[in-house]
Design a protein around this ligand. Structure first.
Ligand code: HEM
Ligand code: HEM
Length: 228
């Protein structure tokens, strides 16, 4: 038995993004179902989700190796190879996971933006509804309502995929999303591309400080739009 190779996959910003996103989605769903004054909390959770998703999209360009869209969004050829079972294993998101990541980010962005214009026709409206016509507000409110099912569907697929990897492929994806690291047994090293193994995600102090500054700037921009 050789030593396991420990490779940083998910930088701290990605992990915090993920688990804060989960908390905020649960919070937004609980609060909207409580209704009444809790709708204010629904809005707060929604603003946080908007901030997180914008941060994640920017981090997809400037973040560390496995956070980058360019690194994990597959070419057609790579996708076909993957589907036919002819590609090496991947450390980060595999080609199919890449699409589920993009889909989740996309529907959440739509949900958060339409929420800003939504009106429950009782006592609450999103902060930007006052800038839009009644027809637009009514349309965006119905998108906000209809998109709910799409979000639940994608989350269900997301959880099913993780369960599938755990139970049928014996691969624990959750641990790396907590600790950041994947442990590669020497006997498995040949399953991966050497270039993949040689490029861990950077996750040092500078990287994290940069992420925090970026997140703060995005939060300020979101707050500005909400209060405009
Ligand atoms: C509200 C529900 C959830 C949403 C919206 C969500 C969303 C996401 C997103 C957007 C990513 C991509 C991460 C990135 O590159 O930024 C991701 C990855 C991941 N999520 Fe979730 N997630 C949810 C719940 C969960 C739960 C409950 C678990 C654990 C049981 C989980 C485990 C994971 C794992 C392991 C990955 C990495 C997958 C991989 O290795 O490709 N997620 N999730
Ligand atoms: C991604 C984040 C969000 C999620 C997952 C979400 C989810 C939901 C859900 C499930 C409903 C109930 C829909 C229905 O009963 O038809 C709802 C309603 C509502 N949400 Fe959100 N929401 C989000 C963001 C926001 C934001 C940012 C705001 C604005 C402050 C907002 C404002 C509203 C309003 C006003 C309603 C009532 C709309 C209506 O009854 O047609 N939401 N949201």
């Amino acid at each position: 038995m050789g030593m396991k190779k420990i490779i940083r996959i998910w930088d701290l910003p990605i992990r915090l993004f993920h688990w804060l996103l989960v908390i905020c989605i649960i919070g937004s769903i609980i609060s909207v179902n409580i209704g009444g004054n809790a709708i204010q909390w629904h809005a707060y959770f929604g603003y946080c989700i908007l901030t997180l998703v914008i941060f994640r999209i920017v981090w997809g360009w400037v973040g560390s190796t496995h956070a980058r869209f360019i690194h994990f969004i597959p070419s057609r050829a790579r996708l076909l190879d993957y589907v036919r079972g002819r590609s090496s294993r991947t450390l980060g998101h595999n080609p199919l996971a890449a699409f589920s990541v993009l889909a989740l980010l996309g529907v959440l962005l739509i949900q958060a933006i339409t929420g800003l214009f939504a009106d429950d026709e009782i006592a609450f409206q999103g902060p930007l509804a006052k800038h839009a016509s009644e027809a637009v507000v009514s349309f965006l409110s119905s998108v906000h309502g209809a998109n709910e099912g799409v979000i639940y569907g994608l989350i269900a697929v997301h959880l099913a995929a993780i369960f599938y990897y755990q139970k049928l492929k014996g691969e624990n994806l959750i641990r790396p999303m907590i600790s950041g690291d994947k442990e590669i047994d020497p006997s498995e090293e040949a399953d991966y591309q050497p270039s993949d193994l040689g490029r861990p995600s950077r996750d040092g102090f500078m990287q994290r400080a940069f992420a925090l500054m970026l997140l703060s700037a995005i939060a300020v921009a979101v707050a500005y739009v909400i209060n405009s």
